[in-house]
Design a protein around this ligand. Structure first.
Ligand code: AMP
Ligand code: MG
Length: 397
């Protein structure tokens, strides 16, 4: 059996980042930046006041000033501040010529056009210089992660209406099994709804990829072959679930082998274990186990880093923390377990509690889990009071 690290290394080996495209700012949320946008002008473009108050000259000391005009954001130009004078100024309004400090309105009083200040300001007080956020000509190295609202704000302030991002990797998703029917269709005897198709599509989207859901394939080599060809043509990566094991009706491995090249691994991971990996028409194809929890956990461990690599991102993009568990949860000693847990933080750190049954067919506990607790090979159960690594997959309170 391969370790998780060995399997991951092989999966990432031949991958390279996608090409880039320009998208309007309105569509940029969650996309991954592919270049450094250059500031065409200073941000802010002109020196302005950080406060409502009075723009004046420090050299005039504590003496009263004549208020000779006003500078407001977006208003007409204010008169230059000569010795002995001041200009009423609003937050964001341009600094008038001649002024070298702002006294906030709370520290000044104005009556009959005469201004008294309580404290002489330091030179430059409450002035925001032109370019104090981003200087003109700067090539801004954006965070290497999906674009957030803050990054969109920054780009907008720089005057950029669009941004160059990585193309989303298209991932074709194929569920296989004679027992499967699509959601919405009634169940006949012995049938179940396809849970993996919709779940994996959502996981792809969450990771920044674009899912293409293929029509279900039964446990029939010809049908699987047609769908795999279709997927390899339409997508950058193909994710198959079910039928990868060694049962009599598991045909996925043979099909990948026939159409391209196949690696088949047993990975020392629980849930999971069988994983098929190969290439068809130059596209990576990954075969996940059919049990929904196994499919989603192996997606998290293996496919998510693959998609991120195709987006030019390193790692899994998850917080890894240490969490204490106070109960004994059984596991297979031969494999590393990724237990579905509910994580919370108290004053002393993180605590994990089993999110429910740990069978790989139980989606309900997975739905409530916000972390995977990583319990190493060699242990037959968690040791109450011990701490383990936790991969945070959801919001933690
Ligand atoms: P397999 O990997 O094909 O041996 O399937 C293992 C288990 O997962 C079986 O109980 C299947 O019915 C179930 N299963 C396979 N594919 C899906 C799917 N797309 N949605 C829900 N359950 C599935
Ligand atoms: Mg099956």
């Amino acid at each position: 059996m391969l370790s998780v690290e060995e399997a991951l290394e092989r999966l990432l080996e031949g991958l390279s980042p996608m090409s880039s495209e320009r998208v309007p700012l309105a569509d940029a949320l969650g996309r991954v930046p592919a270049s450094r946008p250059v500031a065409a002008h200073d941000v802010p473009p002109f020196a302005n006041s950080a406060m409502d108050g009075f723009a004046l000259r420090v050299a005039d000391g504590g003496a009263a000033r004549r208020v000779i005009g006003e500078s407001r954001a977006g208003g007409p130009p204010a008169p230059a501040v000569e010795p002995g004078s001041a200009v009423r100024i609003m937050t964001g309004a341009p600094m008038p010529d001649g002024a070298d400090a702002v006294v906030p309105i709370e520290e000044a009083s104005e009556s009959d056009g005469s201004l008294a200040i309580r404290v002489v300001p330091l030179p430059h007080a409450h002035i925001r210089d032109a370019g104090h956020d981003v200087a003109a000509g700067t090539a801004v190295a954006l965070p290497a992660e999906p674009i957030t609202a803050s990054v969109i704000g920054l780009l907008a302030a720089m005057g950029h209406g669009d941004v160059e991002v990585r193309r989303r990797p298209r991932a074709a998703i194929l569920s296989t099994g004679d027992e499967l029917v699509p959601v919405g269709a009634p169940l006949g005897p012995g049938q179940i709804h396809d849970a993996n198709g919709p779940a994996l599509a959502a996981a792809v989207r969450e990771t920044g990829g674009e899912p293409i859901i293929l029509e279900l394939a039964g446990d029939d080599p010809g049908e699987i072959e047609r769908r795999v060809r279709e997927g390899a043509e339409a997508a950058d990566l193909l994710i198959v679930s079910g039928g990868v094991s060694v049962g009599e009706h598991d045909h996925v491995r043979a099909v990948i082998e026939r159409l391209g090249a196949l690696d088949f691994w047993r990975i020392a991971v629980q849930p999971g274990k069988p994983l098929a990996f190969g290439h068809v028409e130059g596209r990576p194809v990954i075969g996940l186990p059919g049990n929904p929890v196994s499919a989603l956990v192996t997606f998290e461990l293996f496919v998510r880093p693959m998609l991120r690599c195709m987006l030019g991102l390193a790692g899994d993009g998850r917080a890894h923390v240490t969490a204490r568990i106070d109960e004994e949860v059984a596991k297979d000693p031969a494999r590393r377990a990724y237990l579905r847990v509910r994580l919370c933080s108290d004053g002393a750190g993180y605590r994990a509690a089993s999110a429910g049954g740990q069978a790989s067919s139980q989606l309900l506990p997975l739905a409530f889990a916000n972390a995977l607790l990583v319990v190493p090979e060699g242990l037959a159960a968690t040791v109450p009071g011990d701490s383990y690594e936790a991969i945070v997959t959801g919001a933690v309170e």
